[in-house]
Design a protein around this ligand. Structure first.
Ligand code: IPM
Ligand code: MN
Length: 372
């Protein structure tokens, strides 16, 4: 298969983790006989410096012309510290999501058995966690009208949702639940917000056409508590843009490191794959960033194109790195392995499932599609 991939490394550790993902895709190409092309483009702080625009037209065009976008990270301390700035890096990502019509952000939170002790939460709580968050990505308070009054002492962010925006992601979430453990939890704040009350009405109405899926609703404050107390109760979580942003970062604590969680953002015509972590500027170019979240995003990319065996091979190589303790220091403080070494190890161990058996390599959870 031929896949045209736009590569947007972005800010901070973004470019270095994406470099490891490209190595893995090269390895998939070679092992399974595909052809991938990569076209790099700038976004975020670098694009503001060079272009005055966090999403230059040329970058947008490259993304629109691609089959998939591989995204690194965005955000820079230079702008975070200046709330009066008129232009800042994150605007580039937000506009890109909107322009590409990426309305569903899929964020799996899975505790890998070899890493169960990494979480600061008790092993008995996090063990066997396997949930996926369906976060609405192109509406809500992120995109509503924003105002500042003249003396700059009052500001507003409007939160708007339409029936269409809610129903298209709701159908995706129900379909995912149907193929998994058949439970869907809507997370909202319907005791306060008009938008949440609209979500409830629409989701419960759509739920009638998925009778095999058990549907429940939780308020966001309670959901935040439940997720830490008993994460295994969740299968698919469906929520809006803002709540999904917060809940998915919280999910990374369950998994043991924010450096582990991938995501896929999909729409009717485009798809983008990115770690859930931020740009971690303190780690930039220190060769300590964990490339796994980006590499698992590659596994999601392959699955998106129905290359399931290839996706499983990437996950198997990641699991092998865990079992051999070839991990970055966020996973094991004493580790001497850096971003590059871990990336090389995973790329070198991407092989056909049969070859794994021939190598008698501890049966790394083979054949199971492990991340989605
Ligand atoms: C994420 C990030 C972004 C978001 C930021 C960088 C705009 O936190 O992808 O979760 O809030 O969506
Ligand atoms: Mn976030």
């Amino acid at each position: 298969m031929h896949i045209n991939i736009a590569v947007l490394g972005g800010d901070g550790i973004g470019p270095e983790v994406v470099t490891q993902s490209i190595k893995c895709l090269r390895s998939v190409e070679e092992t399974f006989g595909h052809s991938f092309t990569f076209k790099k483009a700038i976004i975020g702080a670098e694009a503001i410096e060079k272009n005055g625009n966090p999403l230059p037209d040329e970058t947008l065009k490259i993304c629109k012309d691609s089959d998939a976008v591989l995204f690194g990270a965005i955000g820079s301390p230079k702008y975070d510290g200046n709330p009066r700035a008129k232009i800042w890096p994150e605007q580039g990502l937000l506009r890109l999501r909107k322009e590409l019509g990426l309305f569903a952000n899929i964020r799996p939170v899975k505790v890998f058995p070899t890493l169960v002790r990494q979480s600061p939460l008790a092993k008995r709580i996090v063990k066997n966690t396997d949930l996926v968050i369906y976060r609405e990505l192109s509406g809500g308070i992120y995109y509503g009208e924003k105002t500042n009054n003249e003396d700059d002492l009052v500001a507003t962010d409007i939160c708007t949702y339409t029936e269409k925006e809610i129903s298209r992601i709701t159908h995706l979430a129900f379909k995912a639940a149907k193929a998994r453990r058949k439970k869907l939890t809507l997370v909202d704040k319907a005791n306060v917000l008009a938008t949440s009350r609209l979500w409830r009405r629409i989701v419960f109405e759509i739920g009638k056409s998925y009778p095999e899926v058990a549907l429940e609703a939780l308020f966001i404050d309670n959901a935040a508590v439940q997720m830490i107390l008993n994460p295994t109760q969740f299968d698919v979580i469906l929520t809006d843009n803002m709540f999904g942003d917060i809940l998915s970062d919280q999910g990374s604590v369950i998994a043991g490191s924010i450096g582990l969680l991938p995501s896929a953002s999909v729409g009717a015509e485009h798809a983008m794959f990115e770690p859930i972590h931020g740009s971690y500027p303190d780690a930039k170019d220190k060769n300590i960033a964990n490339p796994v979240a980006s590499i698992l995003s590659v596994a999601m990319l392959l699955q998106h194109f129905k290359l399931n065996e290839e996706s499983d091979a990437v996950v198997a190589a990641v699991l092998k790195s865990f079992s051999k303790k070839i991990v970055t220091p966020d996973i094991m403080g004493s580790s001497k392995y850096g971003t590059n070494y871990v990336g090389d190890f995973i790329a070198d161990n991407i092989m056909e499932i049969d070859d794994h058996f021939n190598m008698n390599d501890e049966n790394i959870g083979l054949g199971k599609s492990t991340i989605i």
